[in-house]
Design a protein around this ligand. Sequence first.
Ligand SMILES: [Zn+2]
Length: 78
Amino acid sequence: MLAGPDACRCIECGLPYRAEGFSYHQGKIENGAAYWSDRGIMCSPRCSLAHHRKREAEGTLPQTPAPDPFEIQPLNHR
Ligand SMILES: [Zn+2]
């Protein structure tokens, strides 16, 4: 897991992991967060996209493609 113990909350909105509304991989909490980056985890597609856009604006997007394909990949292929 990329995220350390201190990163177990959404890095965009601060929602704690295991909180209601957090998206898990395949919907199972034991599978980990559904969305993450090299900086931490995100609770939802909305926060994942918000994080991606923030990183894009900063010019600090990771060199490797983000593992979340749903919202992010179309932006990478622009
Ligand atoms: Zn969030």
